[in-house]
Design a protein around this ligand. Structure first.
Ligand code: SF4
Ligand code: SF4
Length: 372
């Protein structure tokens, strides 16, 4: 069960991936996280971000030079280690493992990779939500969560909390997006999922992160740190401080005390400029009276760039609302009535041809309020 008391968040400066192993050693030594006594003989499931098939330089997936020292540390401490994840619904796992470099690290370190889709599921009802999680995650004694620090078109930030959503296998992820499209409700779903997971330690790969149109089509940005905590909400709240993002503008952090007032320790890190998209999180910030008044005029939908689109159809297959069709056209055609603004299409597009675009009235409401 999750810890009751707030956990500190530790930061360690790390200029580049060549120094990741020594930075990780320092981070774990100073924080006391993943101490040998705590992990020896335990079943430990390591969960990187394996969103889709991109190279480490593109900053979409967890960098292999962060995964490797984590695995070495756990093995040396006597843990029974495996690595697992469930990439985006349309991604080819073999290609994801190969391009990201994470498959090679597992092989070199002799650590098995467990695809969540093939691991079986356990069903849960929590906080009014029903969902299934991969058995290999829920049956672990400890989850070591290694997110990439990125901007996100639906939730503004994606890091420790959102990476745990990957415990939902395959297409179930898009089904949950369809069932709970509102960012605020989706945020509560993330909390419910975390509540039923085993204890976790999150280590954020913030050496190079992603800004702009994240989580798959933004720009790599050198952030220069690793950060760790036993509380993923506190870690993401601390990242908000570091990146100058208001925690209440991130739907899943809005009501989290540990995110709003994180106990930050270690190196002092400050990233003065980190671009986030004007995305669906804006919907959660609009006052209820305005949302009622402007119903139907507040939305965030995909916009397609014909010059980039290669008509691969990945977005069409990923859409949980069947709101996209290609049918011989140069770009996907959007059914505005059925689109739920979930950004699944944007996440899977391999060519960066989709931007999530807020309606004019939503952009206007943003202009009147500082929602950074
Ligand atoms: S078109 Fe894109 S944003 Fe709209 S429902 Fe489909 S996947 Fe979600
Ligand atoms: S928008 Fe992207 S994912 Fe969709 S068909 Fe074009 S290239 Fe493929």
């Amino acid at each position: 069960m999750p810890a009751e008391s707030p956990s500190p968040v530790w930061f360690t400066r790390c200029a580049d991936y060549g120094a990741a192993a020594s930075a990780l050693d320092r981070l774990l030594a100073e924080s006391g996280l993943l101490a040998a006594d705590a992990v020896r003989g335990k079943r430990v499931l390591v969960k990187p971000n394996l969103l889709t098939d991109r190279t480490p330089d593109e900053a979409v997936t967890t960098h292999p030079d962060v995964l490797r020292p984590v695995l070495r540390h756990l093995k040396a401490a006597g843990a029974d280690v495996s690595v697992g994840d469930s990439p985006a619904s349309t991604a080819n796992l073999r290609s994801v493992l190969s391009k990201s470099g994470l498959g090679a690290v597992c092989e070199e370190e002799g650590v098995p990779f467990v695809p969540f889709e093939r691991a079986g599921v356990q069903n849960f009802t929590e906080g009014g939500f029903s969902f299934s999680l991969a058995k290999s995650v829920v049956e672990a004694n400890l989850v070591v969560n290694i997110p990439k620090v990125k901007s996100h078109s639906l939730t503004k930030l994606t890091a420790a909390v959102k990476n745990l959503y990957g415990a939902v296998p395959g297409y179930s992820k898009t089904t949950l997006h369809r069932l709970y499209p509102k960012p605020a409700v989706f945020g509560r779903l993330l909390k419910a999922i975390w509540k039923v997971l085993p204890p976790s330690v999150s280590i954020a790969d913030g050496i190079v992160g992603m800004e702009g149109q994240g989580p798959a089509n933004g720009r790599p940005i050198r952030l220069g740190f690793l950060a760790a905590s036993a509380d993923p909400f506190a870690l993401d709240g601390a990242l908000c401080r570091t990146l100058h993002i208001r925690p209440d503008s991130v739907p899943y952090l809005k009501d989290e005390a540990s995110a709003r007032a994180p106990d930050i320790r270690g190196d002092a890190i400050d990233v003065p400029s980190f671009a986030t998209p004007l995305g669906a999180h804006l919907l959660a910030l609009v006052p209820a009276w305005f949302a009622r008044l402007a119903a139907g005029l507040l939305w965030v939908r995909p916009a397609f760039d014909a010059a980039r689109c290669v008509t691969c159809g990945q977005c069409v297959r990923a859409c949980p609302a069947q709101a996209l069709a290609l049918e011989g056209r140069a770009i996907p055609q959007l059914n505005k009535k059925t689109c739920i603004g979930c950004a699944c299409c944007h996440e899977v597009c391999p060519k960066g041809a989709i931007r999530m675009k807020p309606s004019a009235i939503l952009r206007l409401s943003h202009a009147f309020k500082d929602l950074k």
